[in-house]
Design a protein. Structure first.
Length: 240
């Protein structure tokens, strides 16, 4: 697999159109590529920016954006929340590279990914194409952030290994590979987090990926009570 970084101009909050840039990026795409875009520039394109003011104002904003939440606390007084089937700090609201604004998540990351997918396919004539919208994520008990997918379109997010054999003939009963988040992590490692100015990447020759024109978001998500982390997360679901 290759991850190709795309350096762009600066996108300026509170609102800036990403689609002229996508028109240029589309020329570099090939069949079976996955276009990876950081959620921040999608949000700026949607005008999902709020002028940063006081900690109390941010607290209210987080509470309004979160689907489920736990009280503020811990490092830097962060509120952990569930939003879009993701445990994320402060409902994904961030002020890095925000130029004095808090940047919210896109209103509907799945819808945004589909709109970009449709736009790029129309521009290029490509038939098999994927789109991923990413954010940075803190992994429990690990230092540093990695990229995750908060929205995608155009491909199946997992590769199912159930019924297949390992190298010693043992059959898998549960295992799947998370393609969407794996590609997101690789792309965000290339994009960077500070002054790189690389909000877009192209993932090429992605192994195990299967493309589709259907909405298959549900394939990535598990019922909360069947999640192996439910004993740790059930407190979230009690505070909607």
């Amino acid at each position: 697999m290759q991850v190709l970084p795309i350096k762009t101009r600066t996108f300026l909050p509170p609102k800036d159109d990403i689609f002229p840039t996508l028109t240029k990026v589309a020329r570099r795409l090939k069949e079976k590529d996955i276009l990876v875009i950081t959620s921040k520039v999608i949000s700026i394109g949607e005008g999902r920016c709020v002028r940063a003011t006081t900690p109390e104002a941010k607290r209210r904003l987080v509470e309004s954006e979160a689907e489920s939440r736990i009280a503020f606390g811990g490092v830097k007084d962060v509120m952990f929340s569930i939003k879009g089937h993701t445990v994320i700090a402060s409902a994904g609201i961030d002020d890095s590279n925000g130029n004095g604004y808090w940047i919210l998540w896109p209103k509907d990351p799945t819808k945004a990914a589909k709109e970009i997918w449709k736009f790029v396919r129309k521009e290029t004539g490509l038939k098999e194409l994927g789109v991923i919208i990413t954010d940075s994520y803190c992994t429990p008990m690990r230092s540093g952030t990695i990229g995750i997918s908060i929205g995608f379109y155009g491909f199946h997010p997992t590769a199912n290994h159930i019924g297949k054999e390992d190298i010693f003939g043992r059959r898998f009963k549960f295992s799947k590979s998370n393609i969407a988040d794996g590609v997101a992590a690789a792309a965000v490692a290339v994009m960077g987090e500070t002054t790189e100015q690389i909000p877009i990447a192209i993932a090429r020759s992605v192994p195990q990926v299967r493309f589709t024109s259907r909405n298959v978001q549900s394939e990535l998500f598990v019922d909360p009570k069947k999640d192996i982390y439910y004993p740790l997360l059930k407190a979230f679901y009690a505070k909607k």
